[in-house]
Ligand binder design. Structure first.
Ligand SMILES: Cc1ncc(C[n+]2csc(CCOP(=O)(O)OP(=O)(O)O)c2C)c(N)n1
Length: 532
């Protein structure tokens, strides 16, 4: 006979899930008993950081990723990060401990009396097995649910006395051996008709979103754009958690604005817009206007049925983005349209005192190796970074599509753990750092060589911009004087310094990025929204 604990680790091992992100409590210790040597446990000091690290790891590795949370209060702390993970379509298998079965009904201390209800709105499946013997099958099911499109978190609550229970070897053998695949090809008729519409269009355009990157469709999408000579936009930045097209490519047109009216106007002149791997569209703020210009049709390809169903305009095909892009590529002829006009090089703004965020990002662009990965959470300089850097490799950019702060700092650690051979630079606003500040400890403890670049503008700049657009005058709570990130990070034993001018910034960046230890550079910048 095998114990639940042995069966579960065997299951995780068979799925390649040997890294676990967690913050333990007494209710989780039985799961961690005799922790197997071929597994790695990454400790986060608060649950939002645990989930954020796992989110980055899951996205950058493409694998379902284990999270172990403490019962009710631990799950509560994690909820904002779980919200982010579902927006990022991160395949997380989240477990939490629960009181022993014999004391759940009398509601002993630490009982999570509604364990499955708490994470419910943000996970694809939330479950507490009725019997200890069902724990391996429940975790197998959670892994499949998390990995099937659209990917996302699944949750299992596990009473702490279940781990020593015995399970039937035959049943467990089946649960471990099963494979479930979920990449669905599009209806060939739908592909044929879309290929005909694309080839017949006078001036088509494409929009690439995060699922191009997540599904590995990058090459097929580039080949399709080249064969059909189509310009390509990136989906609006707030929901574009990943980049789906090389931004240094001559067909790249830039990032679409995130509001209904301006986005519609931007598509003026295109008779067909092919949208790949994004919702239609991650709009915010609300600036009304026509969804599409007169005479413009739109077709979306997404593996997410809900994304397809809730789109306010256009047609949609629900299918794997990579398989569909490859099928379209095979079905369209070489077009004889004129090639799209290239965007031109980004213009680096001159040095100022304090530096503008655009100058900082231009300096970052100079120092950045081609294989670098950016994890971004610097709200008022998101567009400046996108416009100054032309990231052009798959898996080069991670941004919290849910908008909940706390993703960036933690996710950067997870991304670097999943991609140890690529340099990771985490670009943060000093306000955003505070939502996941203990990720500094994990970076140091596990020697994860992320370079943290923190822009200090002593305020919540983006909220001042929002206040203007919402016609709100003088709201309180938007100033951040005396928040000294380099000092705070030094308290976590992170090598940290504060730089002033451009020359110092350049030399510190070129020293920190290739370094084999985590390092932090804090740079003072001018407040305000930075777009270019
Ligand atoms: C969990 C969470 N709480 C609050 C917010 C609201 N919010 C959005 S941006 C922002 C300010 C971020 O400040 P900072 O990182 O300094 O960036 P800046 O706006 O100055 O560029 C806040 C508080 C949020 N998005 N997520």
């Amino acid at each position: 006979m095998t114990t639940v604990r042995e069966a579960v680790y065997e299951l995780f091992r068979a799925r390649g899930m040997t890294t676990m992100f967690g913050n333990p409590g007494s209710t989780e210790l039985p799961m961690l008993h005799d922790f197997p040597e071929d597994f790695r446990y990454v400790l986060g000091l608060q649950e939002a950081v645990v989930v954020g690290m796992a989110d980055g790891y899951a996205q950058a590795s493409g694998k379902p990723t284990l999270v172990n949370l403490h019962t009710a209060p631990g799950i509560g702390n994690a909820m904002g990060a779980i919200f982010n993970a579902q927006a990022n379509k991160s395949p997380l298998v989240i477990t939490a401990g629960q009181q022993v079965r014999a004391m759940i009904t009398l509601q002993a201390n630490l009982t999570d009396r509604d364990a499955t209800r708490v994470p419910h709105p943000f996970v694809k499946w939330s479950y507490e097995p009725p019997r200890a013997q069902d724990v391996p099958l429940a975790l197998a099911r959670a892994t499949h649910v998390a990995s099937l499109p659209p990917r996302g978190p699944a949750f299992v609550s596990i009473p702490m006395d279940d781990w020593r229970a015995e399970v039937d070897d035959g049943d467990v053998g089946h649960a471990i051996a099963r494979s479930v695949t979920g990449r669905a090809a599009a209806d060939p008729e739908a592909v044929r008709s879309l290929a005909d519409r694309l080839a017949a269009a006078k001036d088509p355009a494409m929009v690439a979103g995060p699922d191009v990157d997540a599904s590995g469709a990058w090459e097929a999408v580039v080949a399709l754009a080249e064969r059909q000579r189509v310009p390509v936009w990136a989906t609006p930045a707030p929901g574009g958690g990943r980049i789906g097209f090389p931004e240094g490519h001559p067909h790249f047109r830039g990032t679409l604005p995130p509001a209904i009216g301006p986005l519609g106007q931007m598509l003026e002149g295109h008779d067909l817009v092919l949208v790949l791997g994004t919702s239609i569209f991650p709009y915010y703020p609300y600036i009304p206007g026509p969804l599409l210009p007169e005479g413009t049709e739109l077709v979306a390809v997404t593996s997410d049925p809900d994304e397809a169903a809730r789109a306010p305009m256009g047609d949609a095909i629900v299918a794997d983005v990579k398989l569909t892009a490859e099928a379209l590529l095979a079905a369209v002829p070489e077009a004889d349209r004129p090639a799209p006009e290239p965007l031109g090089e980004p213009q680096a703004p001159p040095e100022s005192d304090p530096l503008s965020p655009s100058t900082v990002h231009a300096a970052l662009g100079e120092a950045l190796p081609d294989d670098a990965i950016i994890v971004l959470e610097s709200p008022s300089s998101t567009m400046a970074l996108r416009n100054q850097l032309r990231l052009s490799r798959p898996g080069s950019y991670y941004f919290g599509a849910g908008g909940g702060l706390g993703f960036g700092l933690a996710a950067a650690v997870g991304v670097q753990l999943a991609q140890p051979s690529r340099p990771v630079v985490c670009v943060m606003g000093e306000g955003s750092v505070q939502y996941a500040v203990t990720a500094f400890w994990s970076a140091v403890a596990y020697e994860v060589p992320v370079t943290f670049l923190v822009l200090r503008n002593e305020e919540y700049s983006i909220l001042k911009w929002f206040a203007d657009t919402e016609q709100v005058t003088d709201p309180p709570g938007l100033q951040l004087p005396a928040l000294d990130t380099a000092e705070i990070a030094a308290g976590y034993r992170l090598k940290s310094r504060r730089v002033a001018g451009l020359e110092e910034l350049r030399s510190e960046l070129s020293a920190a990025i290739p370094s084999s230890q985590p390092e932090l550079i804090e740079v003072g910048v001018a407040p305000g929204m930075a777009l270019f």
